[in-house]
Write a protein that binds this ligand. Sequence first.
Ligand SMILES: [Zn+2]
Length: 55
Amino acid sequence: MYCVCKEHVELAIDKFVDEYEDAPDLVDLRTTTFSAWKPPERCEWCEEPAVVLVV
Ligand SMILES: [Zn+2]
């Protein structure tokens, strides 16, 4: 799974499809809270805030 900024959502989807050969689910980190897990604050590939979880 990838936590990415909005600029890198497409890259994350591409990598996910390459790796798992399946379409990912996209979760908006700004509107979702997790009880047992705290998402990283930064994008996987840059310094922008992570806003989408690709899983
Ligand atoms: Zn990014």
